[in-house]
Design a protein around this ligand. Structure first.
Ligand SMILES: NC(=O)c1ccc[n+]([C@@H]2O[C@H](COP(=O)([O-])OP(=O)(O)OC[C@H]3O[C@@H](n4cnc5c(N)ncnc54)[C@H](OP(=O)(O)O)[C@@H]3O)[C@@H](O)[C@H]2O)c1
Length: 283
């Protein structure tokens, strides 16, 4: 599995595993645990979750899925709600996430999106959580380039490791300003919804002739090409969610697909990156 370096130099796999909606249905539990474990065994050992997902049900499912693995082989990411991201709640929120996950520390803790708690206070708390050994590092999610500039101006703000944002072939707004800013500051971007939620976020793209032709040429699915696109640059890693074995296996295979320059030109024509964006896409 190819790697991307976080700001502190820690390597993470270009493809991890998302878990939104996992752990919510008893009937899917076995398949979800099987998929997560297969992914971990095959290099997708970065697992992304949040206190929000199923009100903790996703973290509990992950807690069960990771039992057979050595903790140090895993890279666990969770997120704090914006309204819990201040001194009053963050320490309890983090502790509750750790308990549900059955672990002593998070590899990465993210501010889920920006709320009313001042960034300065969130950064102070994150740094304290590091000192307490509860988290190894912290980052943010859904912050655009202007938020990142503000963050970088608060004490410790440049200790942010990455920004997790919505990014897929049909939604390239992050490329306009945010990604160049992140590159300049050695922070990678973590792509969420890299499959556009199996096309739900932009169903017309699945029928695009260019995308389908490139998929055929690689003997791949359009979803595999979407993943290969998202991680083409060693500055982006992605967390597709797959609750089924077939999907996690296809996603793992996608990490090996290299798109040629000519294919990239065709995709850039069919799905151009915008020159300007006014606010990042979010779900
Ligand atoms: N920070 C944020 O605000 C934020 C927001 C949204 C998401 N996220 C994170 O990002 C992760 C990914 O986003 P997402 O779950 O919304 O959407 P996604 O990963 O783009 O799409 C997930 C959907 O794609 C299907 N799928 C997976 N692999 C596939 C394949 N190879 N071929 C066809 N379909 C496939 C899944 O089906 P099955 O599950 O049935 O296999 C599921 O329905 C989340 O799970 C979460 O961890 C973060």
């Amino acid at each position: 599995m190819k790697k991307v370096l976080l700001k502190d130099g820690t390597p993470v796999p270009t493809l991890g595993q998302g878990t939104w909606y996992m752990g919510e249905k008893r009937s899917l539990r076995e398949s979800e645990i099987e998929s997560l474990r297969w992914g971990i065994e095959h290099g997708m050992n970065l697992i992304d979750t949040a206190e929000m997902y199923g009100d903790g049900a996703s973290e509990e499912l992950i807690g069960d899925a990771i039992v057979p693995f050595d903790r140090e082989k895993l890279f666990i990411v969770s997120k704090v709600y914006p309204w819990n991201a201040g001194r009053r709640n963050i320490f309890d929120s983090c502790e509750a996430s750790l308990e549900r996950l059955g672990t002593d520390y998070l590899d990465l803790y993210l501010l889920h999106w920006r709320g009313s708690v001042p960034l300065r206070e969130t950064v102070q708390c994150m740094e304290e959580l590091i000192k307490q050994g509860k988290i190894l590092r912290w980052g943010v999610s859904n912050l655009d380039d202007s938020d990142m500039k503000e963050l970088s101006a608060v004490p410790g703000g440049l200790n942010c490791q990455c920004d997790q944002v919505l990014y897929h072939l049909g939604s390239r707004g992050a490329e306009a300003k945010l990604l160049p800013w992140l590159k300049e500051h050695d922070m990678p971007m973590m792509a969420y919804c890299p499959l556009a939620q199996a096309g739900k976020l932009r169903s017309s793209m699945l029928r695009d002739p260019v995308l389908n032709e490139i998929a055929r040429a690689h003997n791949a699915t359009v979803f595999q090409i979407m993943l290969a696109f998202a991680i083409r640059d060693y500055h982006v890693f992605a967390v597709p969610k797959a609750g089924t074995l077939k999907h996690v296996q296809e996603n793992r295979e996608a990490a090996e697909i290299e798109l040629s320059e000519e294919e990239m030109d065709l995709l850039n024509n069919a799905f151009p990156k915008p020159a300007h964006v006014y606010g990042l896409d979010m779900v």
